[in-house]
Design a protein around this ligand. Structure first.
Ligand SMILES: Nc1ncnc2c1ncn2[C@@H]1O[C@H](COP(=O)(O)OP(=O)(O)OP(=O)(O)O)[C@@H](O)[C@H]1O
Ligand SMILES: [Mg+2]
Length: 265
């Protein structure tokens, strides 16, 4: 892994607080959360439903304004930027994978990806087609490139959404439950793609997920509980050489028992 420890952290969240609702409905989704993400690493954010994971991802990626605290992204204060600047920042530097896919109903799988290259980067139609085909093939969707979302299964739609996030080779990749619609074989492929974006292309990757099978693939594991963040120091293990033989998800991945207990209950 080529990480320069002296380089500035690409993404810093400081004392982030976000509250929803009022009175009896008041929920503190984030309670003074601080987090530092490294270039070239995959961070995994886990925690019970409602603990604030999606909220943290949205705040760090410039989609949801915190009530207080600061997000420094590539040395810029994300929440001090004008809205239009923040939009440009997201377009240029961030790939998003949401659980709801957010695909355009009228476009084929290939067109969803081509659009990013053509309109996001100003690439030519030929370049867009080449890269879209390459990415769809990588995702096992080469033969489905001409289909629209309504003609694709949930897992296939999820893979198109992943292709759309990664085709622009983003500096940051934010993935909220990217594997939840997939069987483990496809889920593993997705995690490999995200690892590849970090380890080979030096992206900063943040994944929100419940599935403990992902833990052996990532560099850092964070736990959110009731809006408070803790890092599980012992659990990031992606620096080990990758070994395909033990990682088929049949409980043969080398997970500490206490980790399994905590995440599978
Ligand atoms: N727009 C909103 N309006 C009101 N409350 C909200 C809103 N968004 C989130 N919340 C509340 O904030 C808390 C954290 O929500 P969040 O979506 O971040 O949880 P999560 O950890 O992603 O959960 P899950 O694993 O179920 O996706 C929850 O109690 C939720 O009800
Ligand atoms: Mg969520």
């Amino acid at each position: 892994m080529m990480v320069d420890p002296t380089s500035e952290r690409p993404l810093l969240g400081r004392q982030l607080t976000r509250v929803f609702g009022e009175g009896e409905m008041r929920t503190t989704a984030l309670n003074e959360v601080s987090i530092e993400l490294e270039r070239g690493q995959v961070a995994l954010l886990m925690g019970p439903s409602g603990s604030g994971k999606s909220t943290l991802l949205a705040v760090l990626s410039g989609l949801l304004q915190p009530d207080s605290g600061q997000v420094m992204a590539l040395g810029q204060d994300l929440w001090k930027m004008a809205e239009i600047q923040r939009e440009r920042f997201r377009l240029k530097h961030c790939g998003f994978i949401f659980q709801g896919y957010n695909l355009f109903a009228a476009l084929t799988a290939r067109q969803q990806l081509e659009m990013v290259v053509r309109w996001g980067e100003g690439g030519s139609a030929k370049e867009a087609r080449r890269r879209a085909n390459e990415m769809l093939t990588l995702l096992g969707l080469g033969k489905k490139a001409h289909l629209r979302p309504s003609e694709l299964s949930g897992g296939e739609k999820q893979r198109v959404a992943i292709g759309r996030a990664l085709i622009k080779d983003p500096e940051f990749c934010f993935a909220d439950e990217p594997t939840s619609a997939l069987d483990w074989a496809h889920g593993e492929q997705v995690i490999e793609l995200l690892r590849n974006a970090a380890h080979e292309r030096n992206a900063t990757v943040l994944i929100v997920a419940h599935d403990a099978r992902i833990i052996p693939y990532v560099d850092r594991v964070y736990n959110l509980e009731d809006g408070c963040l803790h890092e599980n120091e012992e659990e990031g293990r992606a620096e080990e050489p990758h070994d395909h033989t033990g990682r088929n998800g049949n409980a043969s991945a080398p997970l500490p028992q206490h980790t399994l207990r905590r995440f599978l209950q």
